[in-house]
Design a binder for this molecule. Structure first.
Ligand code: ADP
Ligand code: ZN
Ligand code: ZN
Length: 804
């Protein structure tokens, strides 16, 4: 008989980062299961917190009086056995709290929220009881309580007459709709009902007539629309016993507004078939191999994914497909839905919390068998997985840059092992890490070296902007790019223009004294946002009005500097007045569904030119695009990050791939200040393999990934000296356990040393094999925990994606 439950509580600190024993009340012994959420008393004062049951036992580990579980939150486990195990593994490998990992796996609405309340414990003055507590035993805390009230409450609390209690709130709401079911069964019943009515009860007669025509159950909303009768008439009908009103659960469907055409499997090319066969065979054999599909842009990777997933479904399995950020690639979602229809659930940040929760429940109830989603969809509760696919596997957005710092690729591979199924990583420009693993045979390499229909890759021309700029001082457009754009307008073909905003921002500078407006909390310049007419800090969110005069010298010549998409759009419109331009950047895509709308407009040829930031580089497949222009190729090359070249190469290759995808030939024009740089040169030839070999040599010489692993340790504090001192102390604790093969970089301040009023210092440990390092880092996290009370924050990031 299980009597005890181990519970990990929702108190994310290291001291509480372990399961606690609780007694199971007799009423719950039959229903409680691991993975369920519970509410338990925790700590002093019996504070109520939510927790996850991680195991059930017959033995008590902790001797002493056990507290008992309060209530069950779930009727079935929120986390199944697989996800529960995965959460433990994730906590261990990413240096994060177990509870945070478990919560990361669930839709936001299922995360616990707490309401704070004051509960009367003793006798309190009558006036307070009536005026503040309104004769209730508890008062909910809210920000509306006046300072004076709070002072009164605080005094009572100190006197022991009040206690603070927490209530766990469940925010997950199931959406329902009201349904109308006709109760009257036959003509006679209807006739009797009519006869009992007064002659002038016109609306009631109408209702009866409607009910007689509709013996089936219909949504009340629909019945109201069809009859134009008010809700009150229906309620009255229910009272008379003519009809029954009931609640039915409905799902919020995120794609209900898009028409998706059903598609059939295509006849595969020989290369596609080889790839499909290899993965399908592994899936059938229960092999957990990882495959790397390296396919040039337009080589038909998506069709490969679709047919592999179809094979998994045919064998009674499920399939998971990850894409970098679906809001950016609605085309991909539509292609999967077009093939698998209602079997598909979609999970991404563009959905409302309610929609996400509903999609999650469809998966959990086995109604959806294919999941397409961004990073966190890797935790979709699909059971019996037949394959996991990760498109654009090189994308850095697959790594979460806040705790828990997991990489979706590692999680996918873990799940492949658990489910005995293959993992397929796909990209035109694989990450160096994955390509190197394929070289060593850790992954199996599959290649699609040619475009579908033998279409050539687009021809790429480099324009040296140093020369162009000498002729035309302020312009963003070289004569060659402009001529090419004009040519497409005449031929009624479309163009895509990319303005690379990575490592780049438009800021306000005084032309007289050089003053730059900076964030008061961080060490970086504020970015101009024309849509909200404000200056904003991209790190901490600080916002202030656009200055009209220079705060430093009072000159009026303070204006913006650098190139925003909006400014480029204006310039382009002046150069090509007849062109219809669509702009896609953070400003025009803030609203829900805005991405889809812009892409749809472009797809239906309502515009000639799509001008956007790097968000247009991915996944677009428009047959009439014959020109791709890159306005500034090299803004990201100068970033102090060893992946700067790789990222630039990837971006340029991806965006070039948007041209000439159907039967018209494509052309690409890349404007750059560094035409000789190897990343740009290889991108011009779209030569991934060449880039890979060259970059591997550079990584080898610099002892970078994939030759070395790296762990980043970062300390922040409001006082710069304190942050630096602590970082040196930590470095000194690590050094003695490392072999002489390992390299410690730093301590150094971050390149943006101050963010949100805090100073950041960091070290990077580079190593090949350091068996003692993991335990040491955990120990450092643990022993520095107490320091968080002194305002320190310590972060450990295994294989960080950003070094800036
Ligand atoms: P990738 O993802 O590799 O860039 P896509 O999957 O978008 O390439 O394929 C490019 C185009 O080729 C798409 O329009 C797709 O429908 C088409 N395509 C893919 N496979 C085939 C095939 N076997 N036969 C005909 N057309 C195909
Ligand atoms: Zn000035
Ligand atoms: Zn800031």
């Amino acid at each position: 008989m299980t009597k005890f439950a181990q519970v990990v509580v929702d108190v994310p600190t290291l001291q509480t980062n372990r399961p606690y024993d609780y007694a199971i009340p007799a009423a719950l012994t039959d229903t409680i299961l691991p993975g369920m959420r519970v509410v338990v008393p925790f700590g002093k004062g019996g504070r109520r917190v939510q927790g996850f049951v991680t195991a059930l036992t017959t033995q008590q580990h902790y001797d002493g009086d056990l507290k008992a579980i309060d209530t069950l939150v779930d009727l079935r486990p929120a986390l199944n056995t697989e996800l529960l195990q995965l959460s433990k593994w994730m906590a261990d490998t990413t240096y994060s709290f177990w509870i945070s990992c478990m919560q990361t796996m669930l839709p936001n609405v299922m995360r616990a929220k707490y309401e704070k309340a004051f509960r009367i414990q003793g006798t309190i003055p009558e006036q307070i009881r009536t005026e503040i507590f309104h004769n209730q035993a508890e008062l909910l805390y809210s920000e509306d309580l006046s300072d004076q009230t709070l002072r009164t409450l605080s005094k009572l609390q100190q006197a022991g007459q009040l206690e603070t209690v927490y209530h766990v709130k469940n925010r997950a709401r199931v959406k329902t709709q009201t349904m109308v079911t006709t109760v009257l069964k036959n003509r006679a019943a209807f006739a009797a009902a009519s006869a009992a009515l007064r002659k002038n009860a016109a609306k009631q007669f109408e209702l009866l007539a409607y009910l007689e025509r509709h013996p089936e159950t219909v949504p009340l909303k629909q019945a109201e629309d069809e009859t134009k009768l008010s809700r009150a008439i229906f309620t009255a009908g229910a009272k008379k016993g003519w009809l029954e009103l009931s609640q039915q659960e409905v799902y919020r469907d995120p794609t209900r507004d898009t028409q998706i055409e059903q598609t059939q499997p295509l006849q595969l090319t020989a290369d596609q078939k080889t790839a499909v066969d290899a993965v399908v065979a592994a899936s059938k054999n229960g092999s957990d191999r990882t495959f790397l599909l390296e396919g040039v842009t337009g080589s038909g990777k998506t069709e490969v994914y679709l047919q592999i997933m179809a094979a998994a479904l045919a064998h009674g399995k499920t399939a998971l497909m990850l894409v970098p950020e679906i809001a950016l690639t609605p085309q991909m979602v539509n292609r999967v839905k077009g093939r698998f229809g209602d079997l598909v659930a979609v999970l991404h940040s563009g959905l409302s919390e309610g929609e996400k929760y509903d999609e999650w429940r469809r998966i959990e109830r086995h109604e959806a068998k294919v999941v397409v989603g961004a990073r966190s969809a890797v935790f979709a509760p699909l059971e019996n997985l037949g394959v996991l696919i990760m498109d654009e596997e090189h994308e850095s957005s697959y790594k979460q840059d806040e705790s828990p710092r997991y990489h979706a690729r590692d999680v996918a591979i873990w799940r492949g092992q658990y489910n005995h199924c293959p993992v397929l990583l796909g990209s035109a420009t694989p990450s160096l890490e994955s390509r190197a693993r394929a070289q060593k045979g850790v992954y199996q390499l599959l290649r699609l070296p040619e475009r579908i229909n033998g279409q050539p890759l687009p021809q790429v021309t480099l324009i040296d902007m140093k020369a162009a700029l000498r002729k035309n001082k302020n312009g963003n457009f070289s004569p060659q790019l402009l001529t090419a754009l004009q040519g497409r307008l005449i031929k009624h073909e479309q163009s895509v223009l990319m303005l690379n905003r990575r490592g780049f921002s438009s800021f306000v500078m005084c032309r007289d004294c050089g003053f730059v407006l900076k964030c008061p909390n961080c060490d970086i310049s504020l970015t101009l946002h024309m849509d909200t007419h404000s200056m904003r800090c991209h790190y901490c969110g600080h916002e202030e009005p656009i200055p009209q005069i220079c705060p430093n010298c009072h000159s009026h010549k303070i204006r913006y500097y650098g190139t925003g998409t909006e400014k480029v759009e204006k310039e382009l419109q002046e150069l090509l007045p007849e062109a219809r331009i669509l702009r896609m950047d953070v400003d025009t895509t803030r609203k829900k569904g805005a991405h889809e709308r812009i892409l749809q407009q472009f797809g239906s040829k309502e515009a000639d030119i799509l001008l956007g930031t790097q968000m247009i580089a991915k996944g677009l497949d428009f047959p009439d695009v014959t020109l791709v222009g890159v306005i500034n190729a090299d803004t990201a090359l100068g970033l102090p990050d060893f992946r700067a070249s790789e990222r630039t190469f990837q971006l340029l290759t991806q965006v070039s791939g948007r041209a000439g995808r159907a039967n018209k030939e494509g052309k690409v024009i890349i404007q750059t200040f560094n035409p000789e740089h190897y990343a740009i040169q290889f991108a011009q030839r779209q030569d991934y393999e060449g880039f890979y070999r060259h970059e591997m040599q550079i990584r080898h010489r610099g002892n970078y990934s994939p030759y070395y692993y790296s762990d980043l340790v970062q300390v922040s504090h409001e006082d710069e000296g304190q942050a630096a001192k602590m970082m040196f102390e930590i470095a000194n604790r690590i050094k003695p356990i490392l072999s002489d093969q390992a390299i410690i970089l730093g301590p150094t301040p971050r390149s943006i040393a101050r963010i949100n009023k805090k100073y950041y210092y960091q070290i990077v440990i580079k190593y090949k094999h350091e068996p003692r390092l993991h335990a040491k880092l955990e120990e450092i996290l643990e022993t520095t925990q107490t320091e968080t009370r002194h305002g320190f924050q310590i972060v450990i990031d295994h294989e960080p994606q950003q070094f800036t």
